[in-house]
Design a protein around this ligand. Structure first.
Ligand code: 3Y8
Ligand code: NAP
Length: 249
């Protein structure tokens, strides 16, 4: 009897658990608990950290997990590192489901930043109208560049206002559409987008809008990917599961 643990929080994780549920496979989707109302899922959901690598190992053993799928966001580097370590320490078959990084298309005006800190430094200079499409977790780092007007987009309304003197907050969750993001950029006269190279389709709308409007993008590159087998599509995870089952693992 298999029990597949999917570390989620992405569009691909949701697509995968939908396929697993359709096939009547036993699966649990795990969220960190970053937002108030995570999306409803067709499989049981667990919410919250595991308590480090040891906590995840304990979970794998206690819940007789037979396969671990890391379908977290490419920037969830700590979770991915813990998943690989815990899988190796418990000899649990492990696979990473991650989307390819976005590549600039013809006409795109991208500048690259290695990480959040580099993106903050790159904003030195005269006031601009910046869409900070990073969610809530990194906003305060940009307070040192308070000269800009910021358009923020959070999943949940925050308890206290973000520490940016001049900002407009939109509370909305993706997946987003190019039409709506084009309107958003135009209505707020945005002249720069700052975002992570998340890949996938759920956050891509703003890049399509930027292309249409000729808005430059400050693209934060991904951290180095965790080692271990990685695939880009939920169907490849299903084939891996069948193959692993055939091998009796
Ligand atoms: C809790 C669980 C699904 C998953 C949907 C994807 C697409 C829509 C677009 C912008 C960019 C951003 C952010 C974003 C997108 C998908 C995906 C994605 C980016 C939910 C969700 C959880 C989170 C956590 C949240 C982070 C934040 C990041 C907002 C669910 C809705 C900016 C990433 O308020 C906070 O604390 C938010 C925190 C981590 C990154 C950050 O650093 O702030 N995602 N987002 C997950 C958990 O608890 O484990 O309710 O669906 C999921 C999704 N958000 O099943 O359809 O696949 O990535 N999420 C980024 O890409 O840079 C928004 O605004 O243009
Ligand atoms: P992170 O920095 O890599 O992880 C920090 C800690 O959060 C982990 O050590 C773990 O705590 C807990 N955690 C993370 N993901 C978890 C999950 N799916 N289930 C249970 N615990 C989890 O992760 P993050 O960047 O904060 O991302 C948190 C969640 O939001 C992930 O599910 C990710 O897919 C989703 N998300 C993140 C981004 C992003 O930009 N980072 C974007 C979209 C979605 P313990 O050590 O206690 O186990």
């Amino acid at each position: 009897m298999s029990h597949i643990l999917v570390l989620g929080g992405t569009t691909e994780a949701s697509a995968l658990v939908a396929s697993l549920a359709e096939r009547g496979l036993t699966a649990t989707l795990s969220y960190a608990g970053r937002v108030e109302r995570p999306k409803a899922q067709p499989v049981p959901v667990r919410i919250g950290g595991f308590g480090g690598i040891e906590g995840l190992e304990r979970y794998l053993r206690e819940h007789r997990v037979t396969h671990l799928v890391d379908a977290t966001h490419p920037f969830a580097a700590t979770m991915s590192a813990h998943a690989l370590a815990a899988a190796q320490n418990t000899a649990t078959p492990h696979i990473r489901l991650t989307r390819p990084p976005w590549q600039p298309a013809r006409g795109d005006r991208w500048q690259h930043a290695a990480d959040i800190e580099a993106a903050v430094s790159a904003l030195a200079g005269p006031p601009r109208r910046v869409m900070l499409a990073l969610g809530r977790m990194h906003v305060n780092a940009f307070a040192v560049q308070g000269q800009h007007h910021y358009l923020l987009r959070f999943v949940d309304r925050p308890e206290q206002a973000p520490a940016l003197p001049d900002h407009h907050l939109v509370v909305d969750r993706g997946p987003f559409t190019a039409e709506a993001d084009t309107r958003l950029l135009r209505d707020h006269a945005i002249d720069l987008i700052v975002c992570k190279n998340a890949g996938g389709t759920g956050a891509e709308a703003k890049l399509i809008a930027a292309r249409r409007l000729g808005v430059p993008v400050l693209m934060i590159d991904r951290p180095a990917p965790a080692r271990g087998k990685a695939v880009h599509h939920p169907g490849e995870v299903l084939r891996w599961l069948v193959h692993a089952a055939d091998r009796g693992v």
